[in-house]
Design a protein around this ligand. Structure first.
Ligand SMILES: Nc1nc2c(c(=O)[nH]1)N(C=O)[C@@H](CNc1ccc(C(=O)N[C@@H](CCC(=O)O)C(=O)O)cc1)CN2
Ligand SMILES: Nc1ncnc2c1ncn2[C@@H]1O[C@H](COP(=O)(O)OP(=O)(O)OP(=O)(O)O)[C@@H](O)[C@H]1O
Length: 192
């Protein structure tokens, strides 16, 4: 199967999850994640803000803020094919619909709260397809591959539902491996 067919296939399955299933499974992913040393013992966490049928991150972000973590989220810079890390402190106030209608930080925050990616300890990534080695496909923008390749010191944790895991995805050279993939039922140790 080609990467784009596999992507389509898995996203089709993910889109079939009911809102109740999405919520319940996302909450199981969150519980598992919050028990990990790579989150508990780290201060600076970069986390995506979920949209469509991704593993939901709203209550996870609330939890991280309550735990006094420094939480940064992506703003998509399409002109430069890049993600910037923006610090947020309030989920309701700090986010507005942005690129592809994904909740993104306000213009003002993007100016005032731009953080150096080098300060990030742990990156939580979304994706379409993940595999047993910690391989990952996104939606085809290459944004996350470029972002994490510049910060090799940061732990990379993919958030996924079990239905997104395949044995071996047809990875390309630029596809970055993850350290862990966390699902509602297990934690996969990646081969980075
Ligand atoms: N929640 C979340 N935030 C994120 C990402 C993400 O995957 N999830 N990104 C991760 O990079 C960046 C945004 N990049 C994105 C890239 C493509 C599409 C998208 O919807 N693409 C179309 C396909 C376009 C095409 O090839 O025709 C789609 O999937 O329908 C969305 C976001 C940064 N923020
Ligand atoms: N580190 C990189 N440097 C330069 N170009 C890159 C890099 N990583 C990916 N790309 C380019 O980005 C494009 C999309 O890559 P790919 O299909 O792997 O994205 P993805 O992993 O699905 O998306 P994302 O990382 O945004 O979730 C490809 O054309 C690829 O050449």
């Amino acid at each position: 199967m080609t990467p784009s067919q596999l992507r389509k296939d898995i996203l089709g399955k993910r889109n079939n999850l009911t809102p109740q299933e999405l919520k319940k499974k996302s909450s199981a992913v969150r519980d598992r994640l919050l028990a990990m040393d790579q989150v508990r013992e780290k201060k600076n966490i970069f986390v995506y803000v979920s949209f469509r049928s991704e593993v939901m991150t709203f209550s996870l972000i609330e939890d991280l803020l309550r735990m006094d973590k420094t939480v940064t989220v992506p703003i998509t810079r399409t002109a430069d094919n890049r993600l910037d890390a923006i610090r947020i402190t309030d989920l309701e106030r700090d986010l507005v619909p942005g690129y592809c209608n994904i909740p993104e930080p306000t213009k003002q925050l993007c100016k005032q709260q731009l953080m150096s990616p080098q300060t990030i300890d742990t990156v939580l990534l979304p994706g379409s397809v993940f595999d047993e080695r910690g391989g990952r496909f996104g939606y085809g923008g290459g944004y996350y591959d470029r972002f994490v390749s510049k910060i090799p010191h940061a732990a990379r944790i993919g958030l996924a539902f079990d239905l997104q895991i395949v044995d071996k995805a047809p990875l390309q050279d630029h596809d970055e491996l993850l350290d862990f993939v966390v699902t509602e039922s297990r934690t996969i140790r990646g081969q980075r």
